[in-house]
Design a protein around this ligand. Structure first.
Ligand SMILES: NC(=O)C1=CN([C@@H]2O[C@H](COP(=O)(O)OP(=O)(O)OC[C@H]3O[C@@H](n4cnc5c(N)ncnc54)[C@H](O)[C@@H]3O)[C@@H](O)[C@H]2O)C=CC1
Ligand SMILES: O=C(O)[C@@H]1CCC=N1
Length: 265
């Protein structure tokens, strides 16, 4: 038996596998993945030395924890394929938006140990944040085990199912907004004459440092912003323009659109 198996080995499965293997939480021999196309499997085999297969059923039969890591539109098809072979002892993990615990039970046709998780791609560098929502058949020990695995590539936090869309908006999808922000900052630096590669380095380090200050000082982000804004200085001019162009409401409206979409999937 493998400890964990992934059906679908794309961006998210690779981020999680990279985190687990990178932090030595599991040996590569304890991990198995299947995928529709061969290329992703060759990559996973060569990069981490995990077991790979073209057969989803092999993962469903072999893994104690089965992670459904395909796009939401393929969930129904994959569940139809594996539902006959999964056992009551296995944990079935959904990482897709919109696939509720009730929907999973209906699709599998019986109550099993379902867990909804919402990871994000920074798992790839050990800085992910993942929400965990256990179904009612999952024991405290099993929840602790899954949380330990998720903590290996960042942080994990238990949330109620009603919070999942907020989680997707504030963390699952959020790296994309942060990348856009850094890209825009680098564009600004390039327009001020800085070479592109150096601009990305400065922009990314400034964001990393600011994020660490929020997490490590415990101070309100507004107070940290005020510490940067010298009276009559440069920063307050940038803040004035960002407010004028609607940074805050753009972010809030974007997240509401994100959550609405997640709810509909
Ligand atoms: N990419 C992200 O930042 C996040 C993604 N998610 C969720 O994770 C899930 C996976 O997303 P990604 O990894 O980004 O997608 P992806 O498209 O990179 O990977 C999915 C993989 O599944 C394979 N696949 C498709 N149908 C299959 C089948 N029937 N059997 C076996 N393999 C099959 C594809 O070939 C592909 O390699 C989705 O449900 C997504 O909503 C959740 C949080 C963050
Ligand atoms: O864009 C998506 O649908 C997925 C869910 C969270 C992040 N990526």
């Amino acid at each position: 038996m493998k400890k964990i198996g992934f059906i679908g080995c794309g961006n998210m499965a690779k981020a999680i596998i990279g985190g687990i293997v990178g932090k030595n939480v599991m040996a590569p021999g304890d991990i198995i993945a299947s995928n529709r196309s061969r290329k992703a499997l060759d990559y996973a085999e060569e990069t981490w030395g995990i077991s790979v297969t073209a057969d989803n059923l092999e993962v469903a039969k072999e893994a104690e924890i089965v992670v459904l890591a395909v796009k939401p539109q393929f969930y129904g098809q994959v569940i139809g394929e594996i539902k006959g072979v999964v056992q009551e002892s296995q944990l079935i993990v959904s990482i897709a938006p919109g696939k509720t615990l009730a929907w999973m039970e209906e699709q599998f046709g019986r109550p099993l140990k379902f867990i909804r998780c919402n990871p994000n791609t920074p798992a790839m560098v050990g800085e992910g944040i993942t929400s965990v929502t256990p179904g009612d058949k999952v024991t405290e020990t099993e929840l602790a085990r899954v949380t330990e695995i998720l903590n290996s590539f960042g942080k994990a936090s238990v949330v109620s199912e009603a919070m999942i869309e907020a989680v997707i908006a504030v963390s699952g999808s959020a790296p994309a907004y942060a990348f856009m922000f850094m890209e825009a900052m680098a564009d600004g630096a390039v327009s001020l004459g800085m070479p592109r590669a150096q601009a990305y380095e400065f922009a990314a380090q400034a964001v990393l440092g600011a994020a660490k200050m929020v997490l490590e000082t415990g101070l309100h982000p507004g107070a940290l912003k005020d510490m940067v804004c010298s009276p009559g200085g440069t920063t307050i001019q940038a803040v004035r323009v960002l407010e004028e162009r609607g940074l805050r409401s753009s972010v809030i409206e974007a997240m509401i659109a994100c959550a609405d979409k997640a709810r509909s999937m």
